[in-house]
Write a protein that binds this ligand. Structure first.
Ligand SMILES: Nc1ncnc2c1ncn2[C@@H]1O[C@H](COP(=O)(O)OP(=O)(O)OP(=O)(O)O)[C@@H](O)[C@H]1O
Ligand SMILES: [Mg+2]
Length: 361
């Protein structure tokens, strides 16, 4: 992230922004790019407003911009409070407010939810999603929290020990069971094939080894996103584990045994997890029933809570995310949630059940 904004020089390669090297373009870069890297430094004895005003005066930009960014980041109420009295979360928001000053097209944010409580994480997540969807901004975010990234990003790059091991849509990474690995030395090996077959063979062997290793790491990572219980024991047991973790009283009824394709089990698992967390957060529910059926080549899951109803697909990202993810398998989510409750979410996905494996151990 530091390299992207020119704070440290790259060992190799170049950072291009709109086709131009940022080394030659540094001052213009800051017209277009807002960033939050590490914990920004503030003047503790100045208020939020004064800290931002200081920056605006330095770069010769209008002060009226300040109230806008204070509103956007939800700290307008603390406008005149001294920053030394801010919590970590408030400071993080002030950092974001700085990054948003003067309406940059691109935001580069390093671990933007660091130090925030769950409520704050949720708000920043929305803020970033909104900036992207409503205001057409491009947001680069780095994070160690893969689950958080899953909720926020539509395009990801996975970097493991400094090596880029995946870049592309997150959905693709989670859904496919096949990965295509590009081999850098491929072309060179082909050229060498005639002139020096021995060297070509060595290159290819090396490429094969690196790609096998990368594939292994990628699988591990994907497994890290899925909980092990899901891969090892299947959807029903994984949902039972979710039920045990829930603060509500959750009953799980399963009317099938066997395994479904892992990508579908995974999508269903995350859907149930989101629905349970909605029941906890929004429904004021006490009891939830999760029923899993499989018949006629369809998986059907219903999640019913005895809460107050009023769930709305267009209010947040959770429910829409479920619908989107199921749609990649031609599955559907339907919702019945009248005011006063109860809420029932019904998910259906066409898929084949495979009989349970019999293990010899
Ligand atoms: N079980 C429920 N009972 C009552 N209201 C609900 C329930 N589930 C969702 N809602 C309402 O529907 C809205 C949309 O839910 P959704 O899961 O899409 O977003 P969210 O939970 O607010 O945020 P997130 O994107 O973190 O999931 C919620 O904001 C809430 O008002
Ligand atoms: Mg939700």
């Amino acid at each position: 992230m530091r390299m992207l904004v020119g704070l440290i020089p790259p060992d190799d390669g170049e950072v291009l922004f709109k086709g131009k090297s940022i080394r030659k373009w540094k001052s213009a870069l800051f017209e277009h790019v807002g960033c939050l890297i590490d914990t920004p430094s503030y003047y503790p004895n100045l208020s939020a407003y004064e800290n931002l005003a200081y920056i605006q005066k330095m770069v010769g930009k209008p002060l009226k911009e300040i109230d806008r960014v204070l509103h956007v980041t939800g700290i307008f109420k603390a406008r005149d409070k001294k920053v030394k009295h801010f919590s970590l979360g408030m400071k993080q928001r002030l950092g974001l407010a700085m990054a948003l000053l003067n309406d940059p097209e691109v935001l580069i944010l390093d671990e933007p939810t660091n130090g925030l409580d769950p409520e704050g994480i949720h708000e920043i997540r929305y803020l970033l999603i909104d900036l992207c969807r409503q205001e057409g901004k491009t947001v680069f975010v780095s994070s160690h929290n893969l689950a958080e990234m899953e909720m926020m990003a539509d395009h990801i790059a996975l970097i493991d020990k400094g090596r880029l091991i995946y870049e592309g849509a997150l959905g693709t990474l989670l859904m496919t069971e096949q990965y295509v690995l590009r081999v850098r030395q491929g072309e060179k090996a082909e050229q060498l094939l005639e002139a020096d077959p021995q060297a070509a063979r060595l290159l290819l062997a090396e490429a094969r080894e690196t790609s096998a290793k990368a594939l292994h790491e990628l699988r591990d990572l994907v497994r890290g996103i899925h909980p092990p219980v899901l891969a090892d024991r299947g959807l029903v047991d994984a949902v039972r584990a979710l039920a045990l973790d829930s603060p509500l009283s959750v009953e799980v009824e399963a009317a099938y045994s066997g395994r479904l394709p892992l990508p579908i089990e995974s999508a269903a698992y995350f859907a149930v997890s989101e629905l349970l967390s909605n029941a906890t957060k929004h429904a004021e529910a006490r009891r939830v029933t999760v029923a899993l059926h499989h018949s006629g080549d369809r998986l059907r899951i219903t999640v019913t809570d005895d809460g107050r109803g009023g769930a709305d697909l267009n209010e947040g990202t959770g429910l829409r995310g479920i619908a989107r993810r199921l749609a990649t398998f031609d599955g559907t989510l339907s919702l019945s949630s009248p005011q006063g409750g109860p809420t029932t979410a019904t998910m259906e996905v066409p898929c084949e059940l495979s009989s349970p494996k019999i293990s010899s151990s």
